[in-house]
Design a protein around this ligand. Structure first.
Ligand SMILES: *[C@@H]1O[C@H](CO)[C@@H](O)[C@H](O)[C@H]1NC(C)=O
Ligand SMILES: *[C@@H]1O[C@H](CO)[C@@H](O)[C@H](O)[C@H]1NC(C)=O
Ligand SMILES: *[C@@H]1O[C@H](CO)[C@@H](O)[C@H](O)[C@H]1NC(C)=O
Ligand SMILES: *[C@@H]1O[C@H](CO)[C@@H](O)[C@H](O)[C@H]1NC(C)=O
Length: 487
């Protein structure tokens, strides 16, 4: 459907000069946050503020990152391109120099008259964002980095020995910390300050919280006595971030921004809390690639009618829970459409040379505007795609099999998540051309999510599932373009 027809369907807010008012965007990214949240039915989570946001938002229950590592995932969703297109699987290249001069999400908004601001961790710092958070392209002013981030790995954790150490688990007394603060507290203050400033133009405020990424350093009052310590600390760090998000939204609501600001909350990838014997990301398992994705659109997702009329298939708990399969590459085209900031993004063509502005995702706006759309013209995905590289067949310290450099990559695991299954194929990877060699398969994994949501039982070798494996393999090789279906 053309964008003209789409516009006719929408109620466009118009200001006194008769021009459409572009919506502001508050984009919250929480580092390494799996859906350990009350609004995702996690009974161990204490996250009242994110739950409250979820109540007036669409909650995407099946959202997936394209790679379970910070820099590749962030560069992927901030350009709406997949790791094989930005050619980044590690931390060590900058796409503008190695893949193409691709326009980023914040850059698009900046070019369309927005004031764009980066607070905390949005781009992964270092080479992958040219040591500058992609300045001068993406942001209207110098990105803010909390000064206390310099003590990230300092020996400031008090364990049982009484000596300050560099502990993985690190509940602290904030007033005894160097700088008497913590990075995320400083990011919150900077974000609140930004919201208090008067400005004419619309804004995109991106706030990247560092926790619950390890080390699990957080104010000790968030720790209360529950289960095992790492899990408990991960949840405590998540409660801490939830509290900060509550304060940020309170600030937003205390200004006139409330009615005209889209709020989006996500994580860059998941985290394994002991599942499959792992305490990390670095894999294609559901726990590593599944992320929270919550999108609030003022006047749409918070009006009582929406909740009544928005029929999202298969949702049993809350009417604005979506079970659609979505990917982080979808965020960029979605925010463009929801904000009415400018022209909609075109899908990237299947060619070697890529335009600087296009998307390898789809806009989720039709899913969100479903009430007004009567469920038509929705591009639904039959599957989400993720990938993870390895330097060899077995775990090694050198090279680090969890974080291989591009030059060390020998295998790539390509993973497909449908509504019912996860299918992963490990193949030789041709690193010079950033492509798999599908003829050289070294391993397969198949998990049936209808009976095995934790992915404990690999069914790939079962003879009776041979046809299914064959079908999923063909779907994986065909790529993401062939897993889109327009209803
Ligand atoms: C109306 O919107 C236009 C374009 O965004 C802006 O330049 C103008 O200042 C706005 N006027 C008022 C009264 O807000
Ligand atoms: C990359 O794009 C930016 C604007 O998007 C432009 O200013 C810059 O000149 C481009 N660089 C190259 C090498 O084309
Ligand atoms: C990356 O940063 C360097 C050093 O500041 C600069 O010379 C170079 O132009 C930047 N690359 C791009 C593509 O902007
Ligand atoms: C914002 O929304 C509230 C109700 O949700 C309404 O009372 C108020 O008038 C709105 N303000 C603007 C500026 O539209």
């Amino acid at each position: 459907m053309s964008s003209v027809v789409r516009c006719l369907l929408f109620l466009v807010i118009v200001n006194s000069t008769g021009k459409a008012v572009k919506k502001n965007i508050l984009f919250i990214i929480v580092d390494d946050l799996r859906p350990a949240l009350g609004c995702y039915n996690d009974v161990n989570a204490h996250t009242p503020h994110i739950n409250a946001l979820a109540k007036k938002s669409v909650v995407f229950k099946h959202a997936f990152a394209q790679q379970a590592l910070c820099a590749p995932s962030r560069n992927s969703f901030l350009t709406s391109r997949r790791p094989d297109s930005i050619r980044l699987y590690d931390f060590y290249s900058y796409w503008r120099e190695t893949a193409g001069n691709f326009t980023t999400l914040p850059q698009y908004f900046k070019q369309n008259g927005y004031h764009t601001m980066s607070i905390g961790k949005i781009f992964h710092p270092g080479i992958s964002s040219n040591y500058s958070d992609d300045q001068p392209y993406s942001w209207s002013e110098e990105p803010f980095h909390p000064p206390t981030e310099q003590y990230r790995d300092s020996p400031v954790c008090h364990g049982t020995s009484g000596q300050p150490g560099r502990n993985l688990i690190c509940p602290v007394s904030v007033e005894l910390q160097p700088g008497k603060s913590l990075p995320d507290l400083q990011s919150l203050e900077a974000a609140k300050k930004f919201l208090r400033e008067k400005r004419e133009e619309p804004f995109l405020l991106a706030v990247g919280f560092h926790k619950p990424h390890i080390p699990l350093k957080f104010p000790r009052e968030y720790l209360d006595e529950t289960s095992k310590l790492i899990r408990q600390s991960y949840y405590a760090a998540t409660s801490y971030i939830d509290d900060l998000i509550g304060q940020l939204l309170k600030e937003l609501n205390s200004h006139n921004w409330k009615n005209n600001t889209i709020i989006i909350l996500t994580g860059d990838h998941g985290w394994s809390l002991g599942e499959h014997g792992e305490w990390s990301k670095y894999s294609n398992f559901e726990v590593s690639v599944r992320v929270p994705l919550i999108i609030h659109v003022p006047g749409i997702t918070d009006v009582p009618d929406y909740v009544k009329t928005n029929e999202v298939p298969n949702s049993s708990v809350h009417p604005s829970i979506s079970n659609a399969i979505v990917e982080l590459v979808d965020i960029f085209p979605t925010l463009v459409e929801l904000s009415e900031a400018g022209d909609l993004l075109q899908q990237c063509p299947d060619t070697e040379r890529q335009p600087t502005l296009c998307t390898e995702g789809v806009s989720l706006a039709p899913l969100i505007y479903k009430a007004g759309w009567k469920g038509k013209f929705t591009t639904r995905k039959k599957a989400a795609f993720s990938q993870y590289p390895r330097p060899g067949m077995y775990p090694t310290l050198k090279p680090n099999s969890d974080k291989p450099h591009l030059s060390q990559i020998e295998y790539m695991g390509y993973s497909l998540r449908t509504h019912t299954h996860r299918y992963t194929e490990w193949v030789y990877f041709q690193k010079q051309i950033f492509q798999p060699d599908w003829t050289k398969v070294v391993a397969r994994e198949l998990y049936d999510h209808t009976i095995d949501p934790l992915e404990d039982l690999n069914l790939a070798d079962r003879p009776q599932l041979h046809d299914l494996v064959h079908m999923l393999s063909a779907q994986l090789h065909a790529g993401w373009r062939h897993s889109l279906a327009t209803e």
